[in-house]
Design a protein around this ligand. Structure first.
Ligand code: NDP
Length: 388
């Protein structure tokens, strides 16, 4: 048996956290849990930390420190709180870290994990969108291995199998199209948060579910792919594939195209990243193509889903704009979930925030965080004009 590996989970109480701990728990003799983190759910965090024998549990929101300490009393798990403690937990140097905090809030801890030079499994796409260049540079400098967990990027990573990117002609990111793939625009204006978070294929956290419904998720993934697989955004295409069976494709120079397939279960890409470069026994349902019967494909509709156009433009422009796009989207999605704006307002707010922002390109993480804050302020102002 391989030696026991230490693992940390940033965002342990979320959907990706649950899937990861499910896999870790199935082979508990192979993994020792160092740090588990959450934001505002001390009870859930304490329960997971005790169950998995974590060394430390960190709650980002300090207001919940006492509750966490109480819930961990007598368990032997150390309790910590605050942004600084979160970054320190990421710096403990686990052999394998799952970066699964949602949003740009994950940037500093993910970067801290990368700087340790070990393996980081990346689910937190917003950090790569906002600070991709700096993160890839940090990974290069420390010698860290960055493994993509987003199912599309994990699929591309598997299809590449270490091939030279010079051999690749195109990357094709598949998109389910979300719950409103065929809904007319006037109906989309009236959709509720409950409808938006009900994804037809995947079970995910609220923010990424709304991103899937607006297709901003695919736009963020386009920028993410541009950093992970730098062949140029003009050679990364989006293909609508409602069944979410093919998770992405790589076309080589000789026109041979490789695809990765699997049931829509995040434990498949997470298991790939957890066991990499080996494979582990997976608990997910096997793919039954005879039962599925057919696979459909189509082109994305940038009129009903303007987020795709906005993300491609921000990704191509580079500089501060991807971070502005991401921050405005985070603010708008939170407002939609709070019923303060309508569904179609999300992309409008992102668009007006992008137009309203001007500033220099980021050179450091502090610059990115400042851009993030400035874009949130602009987006909040823009929101005043569209409140429902
Ligand atoms: P969830 O909302 O389910 O979980 C988010 C996690 O992050 C929770 O542990 C939450 O803690 C923590 N968190 C939230 N805000 C903060 C903060 N400000 N500081 C520190 N921690 C915070 O999200 P998902 O698991 O769905 O997604 C996580 C990431 O993975 C996202 O970037 C998403 O885009 C990406 N991803 C998710 C997929 C999925 O299937 N779910 C697929 C591919 C990528 P608490 O519970 O206390 O709020």
């Amino acid at each position: 048996m391989a030696a026991c590996r230490t693992v940390s989970l940033l965002g342990a109480t979320g959907s990706i956290g649950a899937s990861t701990l499910d896999l870790v728990g199935r082979e508990s003799e192979a993994y020792q849990v160092l740090a588990l983190t959450a934001n505002s759910d001390p009870q859930a965090l304490a329960q997971l930390a005790i169950e998995h024998g974590a060394r430390v549990a960190v709650i980002a929101d300090e207001a919940h420190y006492d509750a966490l300490k109480l819930a961990l009393a007598g368990s032997g798990v150390e309790a910590a709180a605050g942004r600084k403690a979160l970054v320190e937990a990421a710096r403990l140097g686990a052999d394998w870290t799952m970066a699964a905090i949602v949003g740009c809030a994950g940037l500093e801890p993910t970067l801290a994990a990368l700087e340790c030079g070990k393996t980081v499994a990346l689910a937190n796409k917003e950090s790569l969108v906002s600070a991709g260049g700096l993160m890839m540079e940090a990974a290069r400098a420390s010698g860290a291995t960055l493994l993509p967990v987003d199912s599309e990027h994990n699929a591309i990573f598997q299809c590449l199998a270490g091939a030279d990117l010079a051999e690749v002609r195109r990357i094709i990111l598949t998109a389910s199209g979300g719950p409103f793939r065929t809904m007319p625009l006037d109906e989309m204006a009236r959709v509720t948060p409950e409808q938006a978070v009900r994804h037809p294929n995947w079970s995910m956290g609220a923010k990424i579910s709304v991103d899937s419904a607006t297709m901003m998720n695919k736009g963020l993934e386009l920028i993410e792919a541009g950093h992970l697989f730098p062949i140029g955004l003009d050679r990364i295409e989006i293909l609508v594939h409602p069944q979410s069976v093919i998770h992405s494709l790589v076309e080589y120079r000789d026109r041979s195209t490789l695809a990765q397939l699997g049931s829509p279960d995040m434990r498949i890409p997470i298991a790939h990243a957890l066991a990499w470069p080996q494979r582990m026994e997976g608990p997910s349902a096997p793919l039954d193509l005879a039962c599925i019967g057919r696979l459909d494909f189509g082109v994305p509709d940038e009129v009903r889903f303007p987020a795709l156009r906005l993300a491609r433009a921000a990704g191509e422009a580079g500089g501060a704009l991807p971070a502005v796009l991401n921050a405005a989207n985070e603010i708008a999605v939170a407002a939609f979930l709070d019923r303060r704006i309508g569904f179609l307002d999300i992309a409008s707010i992102v668009e007006s925030t992008l137009s309203g922002y001007s500033g220099p390109d980021p050179r450091t993480i502090e610059d990115v965080l400042e851009i993030d804050r400035a874009a949130r302020r602009i987006a909040a102002d823009e929101m005043e004009s569209v409140r429902v």
